[in-house]
Structure formats: structure tokens, C-alpha cells
Design a protein around this ligand. Structure first.
Ligand code: NDP
Length: 238
């Protein structure tokens, strides 16, 4: 049985990914930050194991990986998914907000990938899937910090893919467009309609549609796909 660790698994894309891997027969652990009720519900539903921790803190990220490793008995697949967004003009983005976004979206991926790489290199096998954003490739107005953090995730993914390929590990990035999760609760119906008008598919994506690609990249069928950043965006950012 393969073993997967997913960060940000309590809600949204992470929760859909927990459910997908559990349905495929993986042994699943996930990390979440604060939402105890959602985490407990998901564990009850899927049989997954949850670890509470803030992955933007290097010590907590390391501890979460160690705890998950002990429970799972190894880690074959890492999905580095936890993330936060922030919408503001650059002049209204203070240093603290910049650091919160960079620490959660980029540094946390670095911490998790570093800890998990140590495990996977010893096994000479592994799959790492990072979660970026289409804004990391084309930039969003009023989301400078978020776009920069996700562009960093692209760079991390491509560099790590080259570094770890000789050790039998693939590293790929999934880049969602706009997905129907709590992250987009800040938009009212009219704003969402306007966004959908710009998307060739004419609708928001579903968390399950992102989870499908993540699960494929973790599978044996994806053994020769490495260092790729793949959008799941209904054709939005072509
Ligand atoms: P949600 O806001 O729905 O869920 C975020 C998840 O991340 C929660 O499980 C949350 O835990 C966890 N989390 C946040 N910060 C931390 C932290 N510091 N330590 C541990 N866990 C943390 O987000 P989405 O599912 O929408 O987004 C998932 C990923 O997809 C993110 O990286 C996001 O940037 C990316 N993405 C999302 C898009 C979208 O439209 N939704 C578009 C493009 C990319 P808790 O429940 O405890 O708060």
C-alpha cells in the first residue's frame, strides 16, 4: 500500500485530494493549521490520519513530517498544497503580509520537500506534487505577493525535479485556475460571474478536478513526467 502526505488537507483542494487518495487505497496523512472540526470530519469519513501544525514554521513542518512518517511507516508521495491568498494593491501590502504569503506558499513547500526528500532518496522512489497557481505563470493584478510566491513554487518544482530525478523521484506542479473553495469566498456572485465570463469553460473548477490530476501524477502511469507545471483552469490562462 502506497503512503501519501498532503499539506492543507482539511478543506478545499487538499480535502478532495485526501478523499481521492483514500478511495484509491493509499494510506493517507494530512496536515492542517487550525480547523479541528473539518479535520476530524474528514478523518472519520476517509480513515485518514491528521496532524495539526503550521507548515510555514520550519520546526512545525519538520515535526509534522516526522509524525506522519511514524504513522504511515514511510512516505511515497508528498502533495504540498497548503496555501493562503491575499488581495491588495502593492502599496497596501505591508511587510508582515508579504512574509505571511511567502512563508505559507513558498517556504512551507521548501521545508516539506526538504524533509520528505531525505526519506524518498533513501528509498530511491518518490512522487512530489506541489500546488502552484496560474497566477505564478501570468501574474494577477493586486496579488503581487501571491503571484510571486506561486512563481517561486514553479522554480522550486523545476529545480528539484532535475536534482531528484537520478534518485527515482519525480516532482511536478499542479496550477489551478479559479476553483470553488473557501479561498474564493471573498468574491460576491457578480464578481464570480465576471470571472467565469473570462474562462473558456464558462465556470469555476471543482476541487475534485484538481485532485484527479494530482492523483494521476502520483501514479505509476506518470513515471516519465517530471518537472512539469500543469494548469487545471478550464483554458483560462492559455
Ligand atoms: P482553502 O482555503 O480552501 O484551504 C486551505 C488549506 O490549507 C486548509 O486545509 C488550511 O488549514 C491549510 N493551511 C493554510 N495555511 C496553513 C499553514 N500555515 N499550515 C498548515 N496548513 C495550512 O484553499 P484551497 O483549497 O482553495 O487552496 C489549496 C491550494 O491551491 C493553495 O496552495 C492555493 O494557493 C492553491 N490554489 C487555489 C486556487 C483556488 O481558486 N481555490 C487557485 C489557484 C491555486 P485549516 O483548515 O486548518 O485552515
Amino acid at each position: 500500500m502506497k503512503r501519501v502526505l498532503i499539506s492543507g488537507g482539511s478543506r478545499g483542494i487538499g480535502a478532495a485530494t485526501v478523499e481521492k487518495f483514500a478511495s484509491l487505497g493509499y494510506k493517507v496523512a494530512f496536515i492542517y493549521r487550525s480547523n479541528d472540526n473539518k479535520a476530524a470530519e474528514l478523518c472519520e469519513k476517509t480513515g485518514a490520519f491528521s496532524v495539526k501544525g503550521d507548515v510555514s514554521n520550519p520546526d512545525e513542518a519538520r515535526l509534522a513530517v516526522e509524525t506522519s512518517f511514524e504513522y504511515l511507516g514511510g512516505i511515497d508521495v508528498l502533495v504540498s498544497n497548503a496555501g493562503v491568498s491575499h488581495i491588495a494593491q502593492i502599496c497596501d501590502t505591508d511587510d508582515g503580509e508579504w512574509r505571511r504569503i511567502m512563508d505559507t506558499n513558498l517556504s512551507a513547500s521548501f521545508y516539506l520537500c526538504r524533509e520528505v526528500s531525505r526519506i524518498m532518496v533513501k528509498e530511491h522512489w518518490g512522487r512530489i506534487i506541489t500546488v502552484g497557481s496560474v497566477w505564478g505563470r501570468c501574474g494577477a493584478s493586486c496579488e503581487v505577493a501571491y503571484s510571486a510566491s506561486k512563481a517561486g513554487v514553479r522554480g522550486l518544482t523545476m529545480a528539484l525535479a532535475k536534482e531528484l530525478a537520478p534518485s527515482g523521484i519525480t516532482v511536478n506542479c499542479v496550477e489551478p485556475g479559479i476553483i470553488d473553495t473557501d479561498m474564493n469566498k471573498c468574491f460576491d456572485d457578480e464578481a464570480l460571474r465576471e470571472i467565469c465570463d473570462e474562462i473558456p469553460a464558462g465556470r469555476l473548477g471543482r476541487a475534485e478536478e484538481v485532485a484527479e490530476l494530482i492523483a494521476f501524477l502520483a501514479s505509476d502511469s506518470a513515471s516519465y513526467i517530471n518537472g512539469q507545471c500543469i494548469a487545471v483552469d478550464g483554458g483560462w490562462c492559455i
